[in-house]
Design a binder for this molecule. Structure first.
Ligand code: PHE
Length: 337
């Protein structure tokens, strides 16, 4: 046997014995590397005689090809074994880890639906702080100090004399303070009252305030637009009823009731909002704060409303208990995903 054939057989044996890529690389360097023993034969060729050279050249090529092919083959096998070994520790019969997909809270969905309807009706968004002063929450809204809404039982007072707003009507005042008429805004947000927590009452609840001030705004505008809103929200067959009420900051004042056969418990009238024509005294307080006569009650009139968001969402989604909105129970929230 020619020494080159011997070399080739040695290499093939070592390749077959290699268990991983690292030892295979060792074999490759040993035989085919620059100073490897097969490569050395290439150098030696130069010193050979004319007859011997083609014979050795042929053997050298055969050896190089055989070793290269064996390295490739063995390499593939080693890699495949390594992979299946890694996979063998994975139990493919186990259930996968699901990706949790987020969803909007039902109250947020309610806000978005309502805002979308009001925007189509030409309302812009307004905003105000949850922590308020007595003036914006009561005085400016024609609510005198002896009014029951101001007593400690209803209002959360803070140590510095500020309070948590008991309604979003504060944003009426804040908007009129900074923008002259005509205005047409809605203000969604939280309101707070010191009430017992039960299925229908929560110390924190949510409202959408609405305010429209222009020339010749009357009860017909108010009724028509709120009726349109309710029908967009609850369906065309929704009935809307306005019942006389009292608020210090509107005159006349009304409560809004809806009922719809399309909704669960559809035969029942449900109160969803307070509203009315802006009291001239409210315009006067705003003028005083502004230091001008921008809201001249002789020229401007307006309507305002406060929608109970939690109530609307409870009707629309058939939710029996207001506490569910704040309990963060995934079994409840998932139903709205
Ligand atoms: N602020 C009143 C409430 O919270 C609702 C209301 C708003 C009434 C605007 C009239 C006008 O009960």
């Amino acid at each position: 046997m020619h020494p080159l054939e011997q070399l080739r057989d040695d290499a093939l044996r070592e390749i077959e014995a290699a268990r991983d890529e690292k030892s295979l690389e060792g074999v490759r360097v040993k035989y085919l590397g620059k100073t490897g023993s097969v490569s050395e034969w290439g150098e030696r060729m130069k010193t050979l005689g004319k007859e011997e050279r083609p014979v050795v050249g042929k053997l050298l090529n055969q050896a190089r090809n055989a070793v290269t092919a064996a390295l490739d083959q063995r390499g593939e096998k080693v890699r495949a074994e390594k992979e299946s070994e890694a996979l063998s520790t994975i139990d493919i019969s186990l259930p996968g880890t699901p990706h949790e997909i987020g969803a909007l809270h039902p109250l947020t969905q309610m806000w978005q639906r309502s805002i979308e309807i009001f925007r189509r009706m030409g309302f812009a968004l307004a905003d105000g702080p949850d922590i308020e002063d007595e003036w914006h929450c009561f005085d400016a809204l024609n609510t005198p100090p002896e009014h029951p809404a101001r007593t400690e039982q209803d209002t959360f007072y803070l140590a510095d004399g500020c309070l948590l707003r008991t309604h979003t009507s504060t944003v009426q005042i804040r908007t009129m303070e900074s923008v002259p008429p005509p205005i047409r805004v809605i203000a969604p947000g939280a309101a707070y009252r010191n009430e017992e927590l039960n299925a229908t009452h929560s110390p924190q609840f949510h409202q959408i305030e609405g305010l429209y001030v222009d020339e010749n705004v009357g009860v017909a505008d108010l009724k028509g637009e709120l009726e349109f809103f309710m029908r967009e929200l609850f369906g065309a067959e929704t009935e809307v009823e306005f019942r006389p009420h009292f608020f210090p900051f509107t005159e006349p004042s009304l409560e809004v009731y809806v009922r719809s056969k399309a909704l669960k418990g559809g035969e029942q009238w449900i109160e969803v909002a307070g509203c009315g024509i802006v009291h001239p005294a409210v315009f006067e307080s705003v003028n005083k704060a502004r230091g001008d006569d921008a809201y001249d009650p002789e020229r401007w009139s307006g309507y305002a409303f406060g929608l109970g968001m939690d109530r609307l969402a409870m009707i629309l989604f058939d939710i029996p208990d207001i506490r569910l909105f704040a309990q963060n129970d995934l079994r409840f929230l998932r139903q709205f995903a």
